[in-house]
Design a protein around this ligand. Structure first.
Ligand code: ADP
Length: 346
């Protein structure tokens, strides 16, 4: 029978359950799940009254991070036997970072964005590669001017082909004849896509993953297996397209992939004859949707005949000296990946 004032001295065994349980009562603002269930944190370390815990805060704003840190401290200090709580916030996941580019439906500019984002990031000095996982319409070989180039294999790993823009890439279109993969069942397609991602990417830091449009089994298998650090969702401003985009948001939330933000494509049309700006698909819909879902908004790409003709010609507009559109998107993505605050115990 312990005396009322006796200090409670827990064993490590006591703590192996109580600490993770306490940590899991703190909710990750992106997935809405506990910190352990969402993968943001693993079991804390406990030593002589001190708990040390690492929390991955990738994708959270400075304000959200501070709140999370306070909530973690509050939850852990309440566990009997805990005297000190040390929290380290980190936004750096080790290894290559996969960024998934998704859309609720086809034809909204997902492949165009993927190619140009990769080129813009490369121009900003990043080592970036691209995987064209769009089994329904692989188009990256055309967009990045690598048509006719075939990947070689070393042992059981493929070697990506190098595009003239310094972005190594692999595409479903290089593995199968046009139209063939559409007939594949989920596991077969996922298997082939896995080979593209598991290829020998060398020192590539960021891998852009151009997902098939939609939110089906193949997409789910891909994101569960390869755990992108974040996802970008592209939509046109139309209502119908936005309903699909909302589905994509739900999909990434359920798969525990943080959403980097939304991009609005084909917003505002500049008439090549008179220069007048019109909005065939409306404007601002994706931004409004992003705001209503508390998501980041990365920017707007205008409907511009130049974007289509340059894409068709295999000369991505992001490679132009005077590109500001894709450079602007890339800057925001980098800011999301490398938030200013370094990891440190507090
Ligand atoms: P998805 O990958 O979503 O199916 P794509 O990137 O292949 O869409 O784009 C579909 C078509 O629209 C392509 O012909 C592309 O060149 C064109 N396109 C995409 N974005 C724009 C834009 N902002 N302005 C003009 N054409 C565009």
């Amino acid at each position: 029978m312990p005396f009322p004032n006796q200090r409670f001295i827990p064993t490590r065994m006591d703590m192996t359950e109580s600490l993770p349980a306490a940590l899991d009562t703190v909710i990750d603002p992106i997935s809405g799940k506990g910190l352990i269930a969402s993968g943001r944190s693993t079991a804390p370390r406990f030593d002589d009254g001190t708990v040390s815990v690492v929390v991955d805060v990738t994708g959270l704003s400075g304000d959200a991070r501070s709140k999370l840190e306070a909530a973690v401290k509050q939850a852990l200090i309440a566990v009997p036997g805990v005297e000190t709580v040390r929290v380290a916030m980190t936004a750096e996941k080790r290894g290559r970072k996969i960024i998934a580019v998704g859309s609720g439906k086809g034809g909204v500019g997902k492949s165009t964005l993927s190619a140009n984002l990769a080129v813009a990031l490369k121009r900003m000095g990043k080592k970036v590669g691209l995987v064209d996982a769009d089994i329904y319409g692989p188009s990256q070989s055309k967009l990045l001017s690598t048509e006719g180039m075939r990947p070689t294999a070393q042992g059981d790993k493929m070697d990506p082909v190098m595009s003239p823009f310094g972005v190594p890439m692999l595409s479903m279109g290089q593995l199968v004849k046009p139209g063939q993969a559409i007939a594949w069942r989920g596991p077969m397609a996922a298997n082939a896509l896995g080979q593209l991602i598991d290829a020998d990417w060398g020192d590539t830091e960021i891998l852009i993953l151009d997902l098939p449009p939609g939110t089906g089994d193949i997409q789910l298998t891909m994101v569960q297996k390869y755990k992108p650090v974040g996802a970008i969702i592209i939509s046109t401003p139309q209502d119908l397209s936005l309903i699909d985009a909302t589905r994509a948001v739900t999909f990434f939330n359920q798969a525990n992939v943080p959403i980097i933000g939304m991009v609005e494509n084909m917003a505002g049309y500049a008439c090549p004859h008179c220069g007048e700006i019109s909005d065939p698909f409306g404007q601002g819909g994706a931004q409004a949707a992003a705001m209503s879902m508390a998501l980041g908004f990365l920017g707007r790409i205008p409907l511009d005949i130049d974007i289509r003709t340059k894409s068709d010609a295999g000369t991505p507009p992001a490679a132009d000296e005077d590109d500001t559109i894709f450079a602007g998107l890339a800057t925001k993505v980098l800011a999301w990946l490398n938030p200013a605050k370094p990891a440190s115990f507090t």
